[in-house]
Ligand binder design. Structure first.
Ligand code: MNH
Length: 461
């Protein structure tokens, strides 16, 4: 059966037809899903991109015996300009992916994550103190402070390095460089090579941004060399000293740089988005807000948070799952058939050279899985057994299989702690009660123009 596709130009295909808004592709893809359904194909300069949104088809794309991650021909291939063979952008089967994966996985085991609790709490308290000092009258964008939180947390937990972002008026320069770098990488996907070669200023800025990120990482490595962490095995020490059990090899200096930039980027953008979207959904759903705060009051009361509280925060956990369902900050992943061709859904043929994109935000709203209220924020559906019994591959915010997110437990613990301590201490209000969610997109998504007040609670600790 032919795969539906919107009208296109000869040669350039859908580039320049305006079907994809490069500054907010997620909303473009959602409109196309509404019009063309669970699968449709696009063409950019001869490259075929098949977009898939239903659990029934995605379930097949998640079969690692038939499909594998595809970096070639996707924006990740352009992002390699800055982060090369780092874990996120490594090609399927690239040797350094296997080495780094085996060396670094142990840094994200359960006891390592619990061991990060004090460092996470350190950064978490900096945010709380700042919001307390703001007081109830200050209107501010929480996304900025969640970005500071997540950025400082990944650096302190994984690299024992402090950016001290809460003590600077401006965001760390790494973040500005990263945002420009990611946006420009996305733009290059829709540009002809010849046009690209004329844009010398853009090219200079792009290279300066990559250099800035590289310099920050070199600074982290030289700081470590000057301040060895006696016996403490964090992610950075595994990068510098770890040996792959399979090949006996360690990471090269270039690969370490690529990994550090990768972790600084992947380690904060998405977590910051998750926390920001979660506040938005809670403010828009007063009964979920009330249930969450009641749970936190019951579990924590006025006690200082400890690791022992975390497993008891069942509803808070469900709130995060539901928030990331509706707004998965990393909204799409790309795969391709391993064989020359594969038939999915018993009717659509996919070819090896094509980029097959799983769109998480539309997958996460598939009415066949989530029902008539798929668009509603209802954490109850994510509690306990209901979550465990969801159809396979219907909730994929952290990607798939061997190439799924390595930082998931870190991000989750950090987010759970943040929500619990935030609602223990504050009531949150919209600055503008008529605010409706708008999206800011780089590689990932965040709320745009979202402002709140944080009102210290009577008698809170
Ligand atoms: Mn993370 C891969 C989402 C937090 C480091 N991450 C992925 C993928 C998704 C994803 C989706 C798969 C991408 C693909 O298939 O192309 N990550 C998230 C989300 C959050 C997140 C939604 C927070 C919420 N990620 C983190 C944190 C770190 C991190 C925190 C670092 C500590 N993620 C990675 C790395 C990869 C990855 C590294 C690449 C893994 C691999 O391919 O080996």
């Amino acid at each position: 059966k032919p795969i539906p596709s919107p009208p296109a130009y000869p040669l350039i295909g859908h580039a320049g037809t305006g079907v994809i808004d490069p500054t907010n592709s997620q909303s473009s893809f959602r409109l196309l899903r509404d019009k063309y359904g669970e699968i449709y194909s696009l063409n950019f300069f001869g490259r075929t991109v098949v977009n898939v949104s239903s659990q029934r088809l995605v379930n097949e794309l998640c079969d690692e015996k038939r499909f594998q991650k595809k970096v070639e021909g996707s924006v990740l291939e352009v992002v390699r300009n800055g982060v090369g063979d780092g874990l996120f952008t490594a090609y399927h089967g690239e040797e350094n992916w296997g080495i780094a994966h085996r060396v670094l996985m142990p840094a994200f085991g359960p006891s390592q994550i619990i061991g990060m609790f004090p460092a996470m709490l350190d950064i978490n308290s900096q945010l709380l103190l700042k919001w307390e000092r703001f007081g109830p009258d200050e209107a501010f964008d929480p996304t900025e402070d969640f970005t500071r939180l997540a950025f400082d947390t990944i650096a302190l937990c994984a690299m024992s390095y402090r950016f001290n972002s809460f003590y600077h008026q401006d965001m760390p320069p790494f973040i500005g460089a990263m945002v420009r770098f990611l946006i420009e990488s996305g733009m290059q996907m829709q540009r002809l090579n010849i046009v690209q070669s004329w844009m010398t200023n853009t090219k200079q800025q792009y290279e300066a941004d990559i250099k800035l990120m590289t310099d920050v990482c070199d600074q982290i490595v030289s700081y470590r060399k000057a301040h060895p962490t006696e016996g403490k095995k964090d992610l950075l020490s595994l990068m510098l000293e770890g040996k792959d059990p399979k090949t006996g090899r360690g990471l090269t200096d270039t690969n370490i740089r690529n990994q550090l930039i990768t972790f600084l980027i992947a380690g904060h953008e998405t977590t910051s988005g998750l926390l920001s979207f979660t506040l938005y959904h809670l403010l828009s759903n007063p009964s979920a807000y009330a249930t969450l705060q009641r749970e936190i009051d019951t579990v924590l009361g006025k006690e200082a948070i400890t690791v022992h509280h975390l497993p008891k925060l069942e509803y808070t956990n469900a709130v995060l799952r539901e928030s990331i369902r509706l707004n998965p900050p990393a909204g799409a992943i790309g795969v391709a058939p391993i064989a020359d061709s594969e038939i999915i859904g018993g009717e659509y043929e996919l070819r090896k050279g094509w980029n097959c994109v799983i769109h998480m935000d539309t997958l996460h709203r598939d009415p066949a899985v989530w029902g008539e209220d798929a668009e509603e924020f209802r954490p109850e559906r994510m509690l306990g057994e209901k979550f465990d019994q969801l159809p396979p591959n219907s909730w994929k915010p952290f990607g798939n299989g061997a190439r799924a997110c390595i930082g998931r437990p870190l991000a989750w613990q950090e987010s759970l702690m943040m929500l619990a301590t935030l609602f223990q201490r504050f009531d949150i209000r919209f600055d503008d009660p008529s605010y409706h969610l708008k999206i800011k997109q780089t590689l990932t998504t965040k709320p745009l123009g979202f402002r709140i007040h944080a009102i210290p609670r009577q008698g809170a600790r």
